[in-house]
Design a protein around this ligand. Structure first.
Ligand code: GUN
Length: 689
């Protein structure tokens, strides 16, 4: 079936970038253009207007290409091309219905030395030929330049920005970031370029690094400037087209890539495989399936003429590159981008070095803080264990949240007041979750026999309170049995003692073990129901505190007189406060909680008293009638946000007069709430009439 022509965007949507789904700073986006929506992250094939190895129309029809990049300087310098482009427009010249980005000649100045064009002139030309996204004439900052030379390039590029934006006069424009290998210059460049009205920010000057596989340098460049660029502007990695790098770059917040490699490698009889490049001469059997070679053997391809072979190889390379980008997008949608990245790292030593650098980097860097605070903690499904799972941003963010909000309670199951340093922590280990099924009898028996004890469980990404035993991602990790073994280093809470107990140890043996460890049996024994009620309450208190940023002590006070409605499996379905109002419901699928209107109202009261840091999102009057009815809060209607918003976490919606309007789950961070102009900002659970 013929692929339909693209639909132009609404006039005032042109250039808007919308986030549809995310995994941390890796985002699935929609970039709106007059030649259709460009779904990101995406790969723009480079078209040399003089040598079109694959016809752009073929790319649209058969390869799912939504946007390509060509060079306005080359078009301008050819009398024929330039004449047709001006007369017919660049889309007709290339016979491509999708979005077209053009470069400006900067790369030619890097390859050939001086070029003859002025910054305003090349913008004017791009406007004349009707490109969707033009590029200013930046100065290519080679990585071997010294600090002063690189700084001059940053300054010169910035100084050309004003005239470039002015000449573009509403045409979408790329504002490249230069700065060589100097993080402070990349940062400076990002700050300067962000202050102009550009649509996209490419990170430039990296081609020489790509050619020498200096991936570590590339990753350091991204981490020095990516977080400074406004979230409403997509970021392009100029000249990066190797599938090796798609995953890590997307995980670090890159949205656009471009590839000349598909054609250049083909000319050299090289094939781009998902795991690296291979020479055609070394291939006896196709190691990966492709549409391009479905009816040809490697021997037959080797026997083709050079021209035919180059076209076929280019098609294969493009097919594989596009497919690899689709794999990356799938990983983002499924919350598995870091899993994908870690697995990818084994494909090349330079890639491994770069990926380890990011995973092992200090949590205190501005970049890592940005990544972590943009990360949704909970996943919609299980996580596959990997060696560095502890360093994945969602694991670090989840642990931080637990250490901030999941405190030890004031009282034990017997009702004794216990000081923090008096608690004895029993760590159940060696068993995977759900612990409420595998270890409940053991836990209840221990809690009913010993005073001053709390139960924690060992997971591969840290020791967590039993009250969070179904909290995803801790509870849903797949891997070998050994990953559940006790690891004392995972525990940071001050207490009297910490005693590991294997989850398969029977209660009798465990009791002996605790006595041997110095604990005394209580004079009385609690009944199972009272221990279970204590555990249920602890779980609601901890989860409420964690999800709503409610001070733990206040959560304990508010929820100590709650009652529950339980489902057939014995799990809590609804929680009622002391006055019988339904305030929240635990979510069985991920261990989270869902608020009700009464719960949201109470949290709003706590927040006004300074006891709860649940974010308050103040919205514009125009959107209030819709949001009150339960419609989502859209970007562009947010006036301010009181606290830190985290995607996937609850927030309250208020109006200018500070009345509670609705509550929901945030889809964004604070900077996104301030900067994005399209898309859903908060998914509303319920409006308040
Ligand atoms: N193509 C590859 N690198 C660059 C760059 O730094 N600037 C521009 N304009 N184009 C590029």
């Amino acid at each position: 079936m013929q692929r339909p022509e693209p639909e132009p965007c609404r006039e005032n949507d042109e250039g808007k970038f919308e986030i549809i789904s995310r995994d941390g700073v890796a985002r699935i986006g929609k970039f709106h253009t007059k030649h259709g929506i460009v779904n990101t992250p995406t790969l723009l094939p480079v078209i040399n207007p003089n040598i079109r190895t694959i016809e752009p129309r073929d790319m649209w029809d058969n390869y799912g290409v939504e946007c390509l990049i060509t060079n306005s300087y080359i078009i301008r310098n050819s009398e024929n091309l330039s004449k047709s482009a001006i007369e017919l427009g660049v889309h007709a010249l290339l016979n491509f219905p999708g979005a077209i980005m053009t470069d400006s000649g900067t790369f030619q100045s890097y390859v050939y030395g001086d070029i003859e064009v002025e910054p305003a002139e090349i913008i004017d030309f791009q406007k004349k030929i009707g490109v969707d996204i033009a590029t200013m004439l930046d100065v290519f900052g080679k990585p071997d330049l010294n600090f002063d030379e690189s700084k001059e390039i940053v300054e010169e590029t910035a100084s050309r920005s004003e005239i470039s934006v002015k000449t573009a006069n509403g045409m979408m424009l790329n504002g490249p970031i230069q700065g060589g290998l100097f993080p402070e210059l990349r940062e400076l460049s990002a700050k300067k370029m962000s202050s102009f009205d550009f649509t996209i920010h490419p990170i430039g000057g990296i081609v020489p690094l790509m050619e020498k596989q200096k991936y570590l340098d590339l990753i350091k460049i991204i981490s020095s400037c990516r977080h400074i660029i406004p979230s409403s502007r997509p970021v392009h990695l100029f000249g990066c087209g190797h599938p090796h790098l798609f995953g890590i770059a997307v995980a670090m917040g890159i949205d656009f890539f471009d590839s000349a490699a598909y054609a250049l490698f083909a000319r050299d009889d090289r094939l781009i495989m998902p795991w690296g490049t291979e020479k055609l001469e070394r291939i006896t059997e196709w190691p990966t399936a492709s549409k391009t070679f479905s009816e040809l053997t490697p021997k037959q391809v080797k026997g083709l003429s050079k021209e035919e072979r180059t076209i076929l190889l280019a098609k294969f390379n493009l097919e594989i590159s596009m497919r690899e980008m689709a794999r990356v997008r799938e990983a983002v949608r499924n919350g598995k981008i870091w899993e994908y990245v870690e697995r990818k790292s084994s494909e090349h030593p330079a890639l491994e070095l770069a990926i380890n650098h990011i995973l092992d980097s200090s949590d205190d860097s501005d970049f890592m803080k940005w990544v972590e605070s943009s990360t949704t903690i909970q996943k919609s499904r299980g996580v596959l264990w990997s060696k560095k799972i502890n360093r994945h941003p969602y694991a670090k963010a989840a642990k931080k949240l637990i250490s901030e909000y999941a405190k030890l309670p004031k009282k034990d199951a017997f009702g004794n007041e216990v000081k923090q340093e008096e608690w004895n922590i029993i760590v159940i280990h060696g068993v995977r979750g759900p612990w409420r099924i595998r270890c409940k009898e053991l836990i209840i028996e221990l809690m009913s026999c010993f005073e001053n004890i709390q139960i924690y469980v060992q997971t591969p990404i840290g020791i967590i309170p039993y009250s969070l035993e179904d909290f995803n991602p801790f509870a849903h990790i797949n891997g070998p049995d050994t990953i559940w073994d006790y690891n004392a280093k995972d525990f940071e809470i001050k207490c009297n003692s910490m005693i590991p107990i294997h989850g398969t140890m029977g209660a009798e043996k465990a009791i002996k073990e605790l006595i041997n460890s110095g604990l005394k049996l209580s004079n009385s024994k609690l009944n199972d129901e009272s221990v279970e009620a204590y555990l249920d309450k602890a779980s609601i208190i901890t989860k409420t505190s964690l999800y709503t940023n409610l001070n733990y002590d206040i959560s304990e006070e508010w929820l100590s007189n709650t009652s529950f409605f339980k489902g057939g499996t014995g799990r809590i379905r609804n929680v009622f406060d002391s006055e019988g109002n339904h305030i929240l419901s635990p979510r069985l699928e991920d261990g989270g909680i869902t608020l009700t209107i009464d719960g949201a109202r109470k949290l709003f009261e706590f927040s006004k008293l300074g006891m709860c840091k649940i974010p308050l999102v103040k919205i514009n009057d125009d959107s209030i009638p819709f949001v009150r009815k339960g419609r989502n809060v859209m970007h562009g209607f947010i006036l301010s946000v009181s606290e830190k918003l985290r995607p996937g976490m609850p927030c309250l919606i208020i109006n200018d007069k500070e009345d509670l309007i609705a509550f929901g789950i945030s889809c964004c961070t604070n900077s996104e709430a301030n900067e994005l102009k399209k898309g859903v900002a908060v998914k509303i659970k319920s409006g308040i009439k």
